[in-house]
Write a protein that binds this ligand. Structure first.
Ligand SMILES: O=C(O)[C@@H](O)C(=O)CO
Ligand SMILES: [Mg+2]
Length: 255
């Protein structure tokens, strides 16, 4: 079975963010991911990881003003300057925390707008170059429009085309099984076809985004298929526990 990373943005919400590292380790996780570390100094987060004996799997670049509904800056041409500063900030954090991967969100913009398209391609290339210079991988993630209306990168084939055509060796796809199923279904075929492009995988049940094994897909079959396909990265447990986080971890024992 693949290696799992607890997503500390969604899991262990019974605890304050900085206490979730220890809680994840106590529950048996060896790695974590989360959306954003930027409310805290990078050194503090690095200390929490090392005290808990955890590895960092991934976190996101700063997304703009999340509270105001912003979901990334990459496809927003008028925010280019701020975007480039956000790349620097993420890489500074990444260096201190020791992340192998950064996820860059695209932003709320029409996928049909040529200015957004140009801005996005330019941003992906810029961030991939900058992260690559530090030995860090960059991933982009198609997100379904029901959870995130208006999100620019709302299609797996388009993400694959961008990755392939830009051709940066450290630029990969973040394949969130939950988003794929909501958007298009056909999960196993897409995993097989896109595996060479995949840098990170996340999982949650569909439709409620709860624990794997509680929704409409055979999540365990999909996880076994990842082994068969030779996937060696982490699978981020990016789900909202149906009740208390540790009480819902039995699915890991049933693999
Ligand atoms: O799937 C998601 O929502 C996340 O992986 C993310 O990075 C943006 O919210
Ligand atoms: Mg995700």
């Amino acid at each position: 079975m693949p290696r799992f990373a607890a997503n500390l943005t969604m899991m262990f919400n019974e605890h304050a963010f900085l206490d979730r590292f220890q809680a994840a380790a106590a529950a048996g996780f060896t790695a974590v991911e989360y959306l954003f570390p930027y409310d805290f100094p990078a050194e503090l987060i690095a200390g929490k990881l090392s005290e808990a004996g955890l590895k960092q799997a991934l976190f996101n670049l700063p997304p703009g003003d999340w509270a105001k509904g912003e979901r990334g800056l990459a496809a927003l041409p008028e925010r280019r300057q701020e975007f480039r500063q956000s790349v620097k900030k993420a890489i500074d954090y990444g260096r201190t925390i020791g992340t192998p991967l950064l996820h860059m969100m695209a932003g709320i913009a029409s996928p049909d707008d040529p200015a957004a398209q140009g801005s996005y391609r330019d941003a992906v290339a810029f961030a991939a170059d900058a992260a690559g210079a530090e030995g860090i991988g960059l991933v982009i993630e198609p997100i379904n429009g029901r959870d995130m209306p208006g999100y620019f990168l709302d299609d797996f084939d388009r993400a694959a085309e961008i990755i392939t055509s830009l051709g940066h060796s450290n630029l990969k796809l973040q394949f969130d099984i939950y988003h794929r199923q909501v958007m298009r279904g056909d999960v196993l075929t897409a995993l097989q076809a896109m595996m060479p492009l995949i840098g990170h995988i996340q999982i949650a049940s569909v439709p409620k985004r709860h624990e794997p094994g509680t929704g409409e897909l055979d999540d365990f079959r999909i996880l076994r298929e990842l082994d068969r396909l030779g996937y060696e990265g982490y699978v981020g447990c990016e789900y909202r526990p149906a009740a208390e986080t540790t009480a819902g971890l039995d699915w890991l024992k049933n693999l």
